[in-house]
Design a protein around this ligand. Sequence first.
Ligand code: GLC
Length: 590
Amino acid sequence: MWVYLELARMSTLSRLSNLSTDVSQNGCIKTVDSSSNVVELEDFDFSKLSDRPQNLNLERQRSFDERSLTEMPMGLSPHPPSRAENFNRAFDNLDSVFSPVKRSGYTTPLSQYGFGMSCEPNPMIAEAWENLRRSLVYFRGQPVGTIAAFDNSDEKLNYDQVFVRDFVPSALAFLMNGEPEIVKNFILKTLRLQSWEKKIDRFQLGEGVMPASFKVLHDPARNTETLIADFGESAIGRVAPVDSGFWWIILLRAYTKSTGDTSLAERPECQRGMRLILSLCLSEGFDTFPTLLCADGCCMIDRRMGVYGYPIEIQTLFFMALRCAMVLLKHDAQGKEFLERIVKRLHALSYHMRSYFWLDMKQLNDIYRFKTEEYSHTAVNKFNVMPDSLPEWIFDFMPMLGGYFIGNVGPSKMDFRWFCLGNCIAILSSLATHEQATAIMDLIESRWEELVGDMPLKVCYPAIESHEWRIVTGCDPKNTRWSYHNGGSWPVLLWLLTAACIKTGRPQIARRAIELVESRLSKDGWPEYYDGKHGRYIGKQARKYQTWSIAGYLVAKMMIEDPSHLGMIALEEDKHLKQPVLKRSASWTT
Ligand code: GLC
């Protein structure tokens, strides 16, 4: 089922005569017609959306992220000052000197989302901006997002839609370039989509679900524009976009942080939207773990790839969204209730992830020697993982120095694959401790050939093949070994790597990766992904002019030039989440 949100742009009121109406909580008129398409008349003032950021209040901005667990209503005891580490120092400083309206030096003119270009010192950057602006999607004359790919050569499928996750690097590029309006429009537009009834066949989805993607349908005859959203009910495999809501909250914080405009997040409808997303993932159930149980393909990897259960990407986005919500939620009665639940969950989640998802040489060796079938609280091998399930490759892959968060942990299950997005978000959200963040970067350096090769960056490593591929993917011809989601290389991941490098004080790693991208990406037509063990070949079915490949490059370049941009997408370590992680030897082997 598609959900139609019809905006009567000019004079379509007459069409509404046979529709029933009701007034929604946030004041707009909703109408539902007999053919079950949902029609909506919006009453919000679109002229406001084009305002330049106003009252950019540096003071407010500086204090914006200062809320931490100490302020939360849990009565947590103050944590003693942490060890003197340089790790976050540079980042902390960057955080406070951040200037909200600064633009990045190699920008295009602020021609209201036009195509005009100024003289650019770097032709690849100029080309990227041009392509990014070409991908803009307008609704009622306002830019509301960017399409996934501007590629007319192939069957479009849904690549002509605005994907929530794909828009994140576009949004960051616009924010870094001092153009926050489109981000604000996107946030408000997707919020409206969230408020609609969502159904797959006869099953109603949770109220808080955010769409995977949406598109604008133009009807020149009627002079109307219609929004069509997909909440998973049209997606290939009917996969649910669990990540969309988390990205939405993360983006709301990025917007607030970068503009200093707290009024958007403070709007009742934004507060409500956040609470609805949080209700979905903080509800009580049968869970024995604080991680979020998911179906396969519910994130960037949106096809069956054995990423069901407790996939790392979702867990880290969940953690980051909770931390962002903590600074965005108001301390009113409803907000407070959520804040309490968030604090509890963050404590449990960080403990669980840092203890059980973390793998390094020591931990690997411990698992290798695990005993099984242990019962009771004293069990060392808590999840009953069989040492025989350790894959061969892991023994060579694991460097002496370094480590990472593995792909998945569940009953008798450890997915040892390395996933890029989850590990980068773990660093950016400070889910990874200082030591873990350093170790992740160490691993990337020592396994450069495998993870970066000729084109950054492996979405996951290694590929699954043969019998395992048949069982895990259901014989998916798009996800054959070293292609697409199965060990393919995705240029979009460059921005995440760059951000993680800056946060850990290792920008030289990002520079190496950026150089690789600059040697090929534009010449190859900005493909979506590359194939092969080293990412040497343009992906079998990769779209060209893939927007997030373009935006990812721009964001990486702007961050490396001006690292203070990092503040909008990274969170400092919250000292109060620094509970001791069990020492491997103590927790797992004694
Ligand atoms: C593919 C990717 C997904 C992305 C979409 C649009 O389906 O797997 O992550 O959002 O394309 O680019």
